[in-house]
Design a protein around this ligand. Structure first.
Ligand code: CA
Length: 225
């Protein structure tokens, strides 16, 4: 899951990035509204954390409005130092999906992020399934045929992305855009290498048919058929 944080207070931004990286998200930072809007318009993010008071030519509410006007429907959590009903209503009217008042507990942000990133069909469950493979987005447990599989953060993020988009062919560029942040050292074979790590853990040790498929010339697809 790739997340964009638009927040001018470097300390808060850095703390959020550290925490989210540890949770297995790929996180990019923007410190003003213009850079934030540019990055968000790329559509590469699963979620945007947007501070309300920002330096730059727009304030947070306007960034939100611009994104919705440009048909970017990425879920947005707005952060604010203010806490009154009018502010909340203004944020939600501008197109934000949720609202968090500073100071907040990191766990609360993560819980709200998870709630927003659930797809409609996932509303009641946080377990994604493909054949006999399951991934729990709350406990981070991955199991195949009931056996617990230990993954690194990045392997988990990659598998989570593949499972959310199962049976779709995903190009290398698409995978990079959603699983790695801007500062990551991406080599030509980074995606292949990580797909290889995943295969070694979720496919090779098991007798059931492979779940990760290479679509030559296009990319990869995860699915039980
Ligand atoms: Ca601010």
């Amino acid at each position: 899951m790739r997340v964009l944080i638009i927040e001018d207070e470097h300390k808060i931004a850095a703390a959020l990035k550290r925490g989210l990286d540890r949770e297995g998200y790929a996180t990019d930072l923007a410190y003003n509204s213009d850079d934030g809007l540019d990055a968000a318009l790329s559509g590469d993010y699963e979620l945007i954390v947007l501070d309300r008071m920002l330096p730059g030519s727009l304030e947070g509410l306007e960034v939100c409005q611009q994104l919705r006007t440009n048909k970017i429907h990425t879920p947005i959590i707005m952060l604010t130092a203010k806490d009154n009903i009018n502010d909340r209503v203004a944020g939600l009217n501008a197109g934000a999906d949720d609202y968090l008042v500073k100071p907040f507990a990191f766990e609360e942000l993560v819980a709200r992020m998870r709630a927003l990133m659930r797809r409609p069909g996932e509303a009641l469950t946080t377990v994604l399934t493909a054949g006999d493979l399951t991934l729990n987005t709350t406990t981070y447990e991955v199991r195949r045929d009931g056996k617990l599989i230990t993954l690194s953060n990045k392997e988990f993020t990659l598998l989570h992305y593949l499972m959310r988009h199962q049976n779709q062919v995903l190009s290398k560029n698409n995978i990079i855009a959603h699983v790695w942040d801007f500062d990551a050292d991406i080599l030509d074979n980074t995606v292949e290498v990580y797909i290889g790590y995943l295969r070694n853990k979720i496919d090779k040790p098991f007798k059931s048919p492979s779940l990760i498929h290479t679509i030559r010339g296009f990319g990869y697809r995860l699915g039980a058929e």
